[in-house]
Design a protein around this ligand. Structure first.
Ligand SMILES: [Zn+2]
Length: 260
């Protein structure tokens, strides 16, 4: 289009249109950058706890997939040495096979959470009735052995969808994942496991390592020693997950983070 051939009024109209488009752009920029927006999260996703923001240097140490006779006992001994309480997410079937280990965990003042009865690798593909069955069967074992209901649930492998989250919520559990997991293919030694944790951990964080499911968790045992010793030196206090959740009333927003 040759602007020179346009009449004066047509030229005014073009510049006005350009100005209006510019004005709309400025308004959109101001709206999107200067007004606070709520994060878009689905209601079930926001119910999952990865960490609890707190002002004090508190962290929760959690163990999955036990109890197992050898490594769980070694871990208990270490926790006792440092006067640290932890949270154990146990597999119901393992509990039935190792009742004396369950008793020692309880006697040590640690907390037990529900980690399903058989630890299915793909719980998220199960129909709701089977998800309920896995959680309830584990809960029956927990109640029988501890005399009370578990408050906490952790899905196997941390895989959670809306169905699993809804079932857990309806049954009165807090669904607990983690801020950082020490076990990872890029951390083949206890030292590197601990390093993974130190890189990410901060007040209110939840640390995951394991005391079972594979026959030998010696790396997790040594990593426990390094992690606890080092974080205590840095001024951290170890609390159980329910103790960490108690801080939520003071700091009501739960934060979500990628699983590292
Ligand atoms: Zn597990």
């Amino acid at each position: 289009m040759n602007i020179k051939r346009l009449s004066f009024f047509q030229r005014i109209g073009i510049w006005r249109t350009i100005f209006e488009i510019f004005l709309v752009g400025v308004i959109l920029f101001v709206v999107f950058h200067h007004f606070p927006r709520k994060p878009v999260v689905s209601s079930w996703y926001s119910k999952i706890v990865y960490e609890v923001p707190v002002s004090k240097k508190l962290v929760a140490l959690t163990y999955d997939d036990g109890p197992y006779p050898v490594d769980t006992l070694k871990i208990l001994k270490l926790l006792d040495k440092y006067h640290v309480k932890a949270t154990f997410f146990m597999i119901g079937k393992q509990m039935e096979e190792n009742p004396e280990v369950v008793k020692m965990v309880l006697d040590g003042g640690h907390v037990i959470g529900n980690h399903t009865y058989t630890h299915p690798a793909k719980l998220e593909t199960y129909p709701t009735a089977q998800i309920v069955g896995e959680i309830d069967r584990c809960e029956q074992v927990i109640e029988k052995m501890t005399g009370k209901r578990a408050q906490l649930f952790r899905p196997p492998l941390g895989l959670v969808n809306s169905q699993i989250a809804s079932v857990a919520k309806d049954e009165g559990y807090h669904t607990i994942l983690w801020t950082v997991c020490g076990d990872h293919h890029d951390a083949p030694t206890p030292q590197l496991m601990a390093k993974r944790v130190f890189k990410v951990i901060r007040p209110g964080g939840i640390i995951l390592i394991h005391d079972g499911r594979y026959p030998d968790r010696w790396k997790d045992v040594i990593a426990t020693d390094i992690i606890v010793k080092t974080l205590l030196k840095q001024g951290y206090h170890f609390v159980t997950v329910p103790q960490l959740l108690e801080q939520e009333s003071k700091w009501p927003s739960r934060h979500t983070h990628s699983l590292l």
